[in-house]
Ligand binder design. Sequence first.
Ligand SMILES: [Zn+2]
Length: 160
Amino acid sequence: MGKLDEVLAKAKDLAKVAGNKTEEVVELTRLKIQASQLRGDIDANYLKLGEIIYELNKAGTENEELISMCIAEIESQREELAELTNKIDEMKNVVKCTECMAANPVGALYCARCGARLERKPEEHSEEDASAEEAPAQETEASEVPALPENAEKAEDAQA
Ligand SMILES: [Zn+2]
């Protein structure tokens, strides 16, 4: 009987592990369905926005408020989708490269595709991290300045 008890205990443990895994899979599936529904909603809203602009234009009127409302709704849906996608990535134990969007295993320091340094999860950022990152953030801002218009380039040439 002792042996059987042992087997039973093992079987129960296995069931527990399997149960946890199944829950995870169910949660992941739920999130994926939610994300795909949200994508559909966003597409539908893009269509609606196009129709609104079409109708307004046809009627020869403008309604910035209506358009802004529609854009605000799409914006919030896109944010929600980004959050969902992050959650899904987290569950799949991958982290996306901010440079090339390639999926890398959690804990990797550099992107396997482009070699960019991978960022830590946002929730791991403390206030200290934020202040330490101020300097490189300024660098990024500078490099993000759009290309100079032609006349500005000429002005630079004249200076040189
Ligand atoms: Zn990359």
